[in-house]
Design a protein around this ligand. Structure first.
Ligand code: G
Ligand code: G
Ligand code: MN
Length: 263
């Protein structure tokens, strides 16, 4: 069903992007946003990425969908810069197939150039599982992206293989600590794990993002332990472009408790 529905979905404009703000732990500035792909099918309604990304990879539709995500992201950045809305960097999620695609570097370079976006404004999120199949290949691709000036974030950190040798060799810029740890911060065990990951990140001079922050207590714990940035429903859900603009413009958009936690 998904496979049939994907056929022509892009041309029928069934996809849109949403943006989830990343908040600086000290001061509460909006320091970036993650771009999340959304698919609203005319009869089936909202279909989350977890339900179609794999099928899109298996059927080859991922190629055009990913190119669209990258293009629409850069176009949105250009619009926001031109209109003085914001010049924060945007982070896109990459699928494992894209990382293996020989065209990745050219596509990224051309898209950035077409929209006149500095490479520093684009961040790419990858997961550890994407490195398993062909590490050497992935390593070379990521190195090329970094050489261009694009930042690389390791997403869902702690859930995959969390191999220290990968971390050592890869030279990523950002570690995103998985929301399963943040969500269970009420246990001493989780606290210790999160603290250990943050120590690791600090030692390796990586920037840390806490994902899935939902409560003031979680935000306070992350901040007290040196986590640089946070993302989660405590601050904002993912928002459509026009809602994101409103959210940015409205200094009261975050709850008082959320603002105090990062003040
Ligand atoms: O917020 P959400 O439920 O949409 O995210 C579910 C998963 O889908 C996350 O792991 C996220 O990384 C992934 N995802 C979201 N947008 C994209 C995208 O544009 N491309 C790829 N490959 N994955 C995405
Ligand atoms: O795997 P990745 O980190 O790219 O996935 C992002 C996913 O996390 C998206 O599905 C997004 O909607 C979801 N998300 C973002 N903030 C929160 C949060 O505070 N709580 C929960 N439960 N999910 C969140
Ligand atoms: Mn992500």
């Amino acid at each position: 069903t998904i496979e049939d529905a994907l056929d022509g979905a892009l041309a029928r404009r069934e996809f849109h992007l949403e943006f989830q703000p990343k908040i600086g732990s000290n001061g509460g500035d909006v320091v970036g946003a993650e771009v999340l792909l959304r698919w609203v099918h005319p009869t089936m309604g909202f279909i989350p990425p977890d339900m179609f990304i794999q099928t899109a990879e298996e059927t080859g539709y991922i190629e055009s969908i990913s190119a669209w995500v990258l293009d629409a992201t850069c176009q949105q950045m250009r619009t926001w810069m031109d209109n003085g809305v914001t010049d924060i960097p945007l982070a896109i999620n990459l699928s494992s197939q894209q990382l293996q695609s020989p065209e990745l570097i050219a596509t990224v370079t051309n898209t950035l150039r077409r929209h006149n976006i500095p490479p520093e404004n684009l961040e790419i999120e990858i997961t550890e599982s994407m490195l398993i199949d062909d590490f050497e290949q992935a390593y070379q691709r990521l190195k090329q992206l970094r050489d261009i000036g694009i930042k690389i974030a390791l997403d869902d950190f702690g859930t995959g293989y969390s191999s220290l040798s990968y971390l050592h060799k890869l030279e990523v810029d950002v570690l995103k600590i998985d929301r399963s740890f943040v969500g269970s911060l009420d246990t001493p065990q989780s606290k210790t794990i999160v603290q250990s990951i943050m120590t690791l990140a600090k030692t390796l001079h990586l920037s840390m993002v806490g994902e899935g922050v939902e409560t003031v207590e979680q935000a306070q714990f992350l901040r007290a332990n040196g986590c640089d940035e946070m993302q989660g429903w405590l601050f904002a859900k993912s928002l459509r472009a026009e809602d994101f603009e409103q959210w940015i413009a409205d200094s009261e958009a975050m709850s008082t408790a959320a603002r105090l936690a990062v003040a």
